[in-house]
Write a protein that binds this ligand. Structure first.
Ligand code: GYE
Length: 344
């Protein structure tokens, strides 16, 4: 039995390592930035001398949200690893906004001053981007939204394309899995992502609307943000467990909050994955490990491995080619049987 588990775990880890661009998902020290500048919240340094006209490197400014989850670290690692492997043709300027919209805006303005070829960033929330995106447009710098979008009321000509998963679909898939796990009836609580983030808004929309339309015997009794972090996911789950004496399932908008919820459920003397069914989104290593251990029931993939598409799209935009408005990632649903079946 031990050997079988070791094989399953190896499979899960190889799945997730592949999903992290060859780096450990929670690598606290992503590979050194290549050819450009990397900063926490300071304005990135001006480009090196070789960025003079005639240098045909693709110069990309990336304003990352922060390091709130294993998924976010995987995305960062993939982008920095890809750029470090293409140092002769790509110059990456990378800023970490530490979860603050004002820091993302500051970084984007510094990229405009540098005169980068393309700006890419995941909008931490859906609103408040008109001014800075207008400045990008006036500077003639195309913008790629990555893994999150901006709200539908914002003029979508202000960005060129979005490379992201379908978060409404993910919410629907989570609801289908939860309905199946509960046998059509039960009490569910929801751990939401960052307030105002499109990934949270849309996963909630997909889940809640599917439930309302198809699962009349499943009741969502509470829904509260855990801000996509493991610590806050645990805290909110602890409060739910104190408030409700019957919880049959929890839908977590990302796996990090699911892992926090698992801790809270165990500390309450209950069995996660059995007494309370747990469905997450992302497909990070810890989720596969929890599913293999029987402590979680499903994760809906949302691939963080976007660097290839980001830099390919940026190169096309620099060359004046047109691209689709939404480059949608292809994701899968990993229930326990699928994870076990993938083991080798
Ligand atoms: O699900 C979560 C991260 O925007 C898709 O942000 C991303 C989400 C992802 O913090 O883990």
């Amino acid at each position: 039995m031990k050997k079988v588990f070791a094989m399953l775990l190896a499979a899960a880890m190889s799945l997730s390592l592949a999903a992290c661009g060859g780096q450990p998902a929670n690598n606290p020290n992503p590979p050194a930035n290549s050819g450009g500048s990397s900063s926490s919240t300071q304005t990135p340094t001006p480009p090196p001398a070789d960025n003079k006209p005639g240098n045909d490197k693709l110069v990309v400014g990336f304003a990352q949200i922060g390091q709130e989850s294993g998924w976010r670290d995987a995305e960062t690692n993939d982008i920095q690893w890809y750029a470090s492997r293409n140092i002769d043709t790509i110059e990456l300027h990378f800023a970490d906004a530490q979860q603050k919209q004002e820091n993302q805006i500051k970084a984007i303005r510094s990229f405009i001053e540098m005169g980068v070829d393309v700006i890419a960033f995941p909008p931490v929330v859906e609103t408040g981007w008109e001014a800075v995106l207008t400045e990008c447009q006036e500077a003639g710098i195309p913008v790629i939204l990555v893994d999150r979008g901006i709200d539908a009321n914002t003029d979508d000509s202000l960005y060129t394309t979005m490379i992201a998963s379908d978060h409404v679909w993910a919410g629907e898939q989570a609801a289908i899995a939860m309905n199946d796990l509960l046998g059509g009836s039960g009490v569910v609580v929801e751990l939401e992502g960052t307030v105002g983030a499109s990934a949270a808004v849309q996963r909630k929309q997909g889940f809640d609307e599917y439930m309302a339309k198809n699962c009349s015997s499943i009741e969502i009794v509470a829904s509260q943000t855990g801000d996509f972090t493991r610590a806050q996911g645990k805290e909110v789950m602890e409060s739910f467990l104190k408030t409700y004496n019957k919880i049959d399932g929890v839908f977590c908008h990302n796996d990090d909050m699911a892992l926090g919820a698992i801790e809270a459920i165990k500390e309450a003397g209950l069995k996660p994955g059995e007494d309370i069914k747990i469905v997450g989104v992302d497909g990070v290593k810890g989720a596969f490990e929890a599913i293999l251990a029987g402590e979680m029931n499903c994760t809906v993939e949302c691939t963080p491995i976007l660097a290839n598409q980001i830099f390919d799209t940026a190169a096309k935009l620099k060359a004046g080619e047109s691209v689709e408005k939404w480059v949608m990632s292809a994701d899968e649903v990993y229930t326990a049987d699928v994870v076990a079946g993938r083991a080798y």
